[in-house]
Design a protein around this ligand. Structure first.
Ligand code: G6Q
Length: 536
């Protein structure tokens, strides 16, 4: 805890009692003051429990944590993922052809564009019906098999950009090792019209490889044992060429990426192949343009006019000083229905860390829990708790000026009116006197009071275009980075997921070999025995 932290803490104790009603009343220019534009997005953060002093303390904290230097190190390709000895260079995935970004003395930009060109060739071949299945029929169905970072980005992007997709093609996504996921995904599909994309950075992930083998069996059931015929129905997205070959996918059907692309930062690497097939190379390149525009904003805008920096610092403010444990992501756009799930991985796998970069235990809360649902659906379910519950839950409202499906009944206006109104209700509430003045009985009045003073950001954009999605994702990537810098943690590793994987392997072996003596705790032993007895 440094001086900047202590100064912010003192400021919190002095200022946190202020109500947003008063902050707005004394400052008519508040909305204009707390507003940033960049990369096609407008951030209104005036409904946060901050004043100019708060901002200066937060920015001082960011500077004292070395945010600017850390950011430069990321953009320069330094091995900032120190626990894995790797760079974290997702910004190179969307860098223009003319950029030079070096890792270990080699410019990675030409390789990025080479893979993008190969992806575009495949996307065009499928969209122009030149990629044929074993019976000579064109591919109509694309099934992405992957999990975690190799699934959440592709699913989210497909749903988000569905409006731009080639509607002749069917897209399905298989992630869970539960066979049901695979069985339902291929239900009704013709094998000779189906292409499987096996998306796995390591090509060793249990879930993905199990599903990939089931896919091969499913195809072989129709195509027979001719491995060349089967191979025509598989492409791989990976960093592990040997494992891809061993699976039987020819090298020219592998689209590579690199160890400096983290799984949850990979939706715009080769992992985005399904997205590119869906929306076409042109739209995909517009999406990359959106990512890049936000990268430039993050790298160059002054900290106090920097959207990801301000959003990241606000998360720190609530998590560490107000004790908020969660952040709600509330997109008022049905196409963004998987965006909260995507952000859960990006934020929580990145910043759910208990030690600093040097391995010391942190003595302050790190990554809050991210969750959410599209508006207006959430309003009819959990918003009650956000308005009147005992927890303080900062909210991100995301809304667009235009619908991609215009209507004549004013759906979009109702949709956006709700987003705006919810932010207003959260901030200003409904005080007791107003409730009484409205004629509510004394007994009921306390139940109808909304204390307000509940913070939110409003993120606005013209329309949900590929570029808008790219810049939105990059905005959160860099906000996560900002928080990690302040907390002095590594947002690019995920050691916490290892133990469960190892134990699952051991348990699976013990279930199969029933003669093995169980040496876990009594509860784990009992669960294994229960399954051995029931799964016969
Ligand atoms: C993401 C994580 C993790 C990873 C999956 C899939 O940052 O590393 O979610 O993406 O475990 O890994 P593979 O792509 O190697 O199959």
């Amino acid at each position: 805890m440094n001086d900047a932290w202590r100064a912010l803490e003192a400021h919190y104790h002095e200022s946190s009692g202020a109500h947003l009603r008063d902050l707005f009343a004394v400052d008519p220019g508040r909305a204009a003051r707390y507003r940033i534009e960049g990369a096609g997005w407008l951030l209104d953060y005036s409904k946060h429990r901050i004043n100019q002093e708060t901002l200066s303390y937060l920015l001082a904290l960011a500077r004292s944590s070395g945010l600017e230097e850390r950011r430069e190190n990321m953009f320069k390709g330094e091995k900032i993922n120190s626990t894995e000895g790797r760079a974290a260079l997702h910004i190179a995935l969307r860098a223009p052809r003319s950029s030079v970004i070096q890792v270990d003395g080699t410019d990675v930009v030409p390789s990025v564009h080479r893979v993008l060109e190969r992806m575009a060739e495949l996307a065009r071949a499928i969209r122009e019906e030149r990629w044929l299945g074993f019976s000579g029929r064109p591919i109509r169905n694309i099934v992405n098999i992957g999990i975690g970072g190799s699934d959440l980005g592709p699913v989210m992007a497909y749903e988000a950009l569905r409006h731009y997709s080639d509607r002749r093609l069917t897209f399905r996504f298989v992630s869970n090792v539960d066979y049901t996921d695979f069985a339902e995904a291929v239900r009704g599909l013709r094998p000779d019209e189906t292409l499987f994309i096996v998306a796995s950075k390591t090509f060793t992930t249990l879930e993905t490889m199990t599903n990939a083998h089931s896919a091969r069996d499913w195809l072989a059931g129709s195509a027979g044992s001719d491995s060349k015929a089967v191979a025509r129905h598989f492409v791989a997205l990976s960093t592990n060429a040997d494992a891809v070959n061993a699976f039987g996918i020819p090298t020219d059907q592998m689209y590579e990426f690199w160890d400096w692309v983290g799984g949850r930062y990979s939706m715009d690497s080769a992992i985005g192949l399904s997205t590119m097939i869906a929306i076409g190379p042109q739209c995909y390149s517009e999406m990359l343009g959106g990512f890049h525009a936000m990268d430039e904003h993050f790298r160059n805008a002054p900290l106090d006019k920097n959207m990801p920096v301000i959003m990241g610092l606000l998360n720190v403010w609530y998590a560490d000083f107000f004790g908020s444990e969660t952040v709600a992501i509330l997109p008022y756009a049905q196409y963004l229905k998987r965006f909260p799930a995507y952000l859960q991985q990006l934020t929580m796998e990145s910043n759910g860390k208990h030690v600093t970069l040097s391995g010391q235990p942190v003595d302050y809360p790190t990554g809050p829990i991210f969750w959410g649902e599209p508006g207006t659906n959430g309003q009819h379910s959990f918003y009650q708790l956000i308005h009147q519950g005992t927890q303080l839950i900062p909210c991100d409202f995301i809304a667009f000026g235009h619908s991609l499906n215009p209507d004549t009944r004013g759906h979009h206006t109702f949709l956006i009116a709700n987003a705006i109104a919810q932010a207003e209700a959260l901030a200003f509430g409904r005080p007791l006197q107003k409730v009484i003045d409205e004629g509510t009985s004394a007994g009921l009045a306390p139940h109808r009071v909304l204390e307000g003073n509940r913070p939110s950001s409003l993120l606005l954009c013209e329309r949900l275009s590929p570029a808008a999605l790219g810049s939105l994702v990059a905005l959160y990537e860099h906000s996560v980075f900002t928080q990690a810098a302040v907390w002095d943690i590594n947002p690019f590793d995920q050691w916490g997921v290892e133990l469960g994987k190892q134990l699952a392997k051991r348990v699976a072996e013990e279930i199969v070999s029933t003669d093995k003596i169980l040496q876990h705790d009594s509860s784990t032993n009992a669960a294994i025995e229960w399954y051995r007895a029931h799964h016969r």
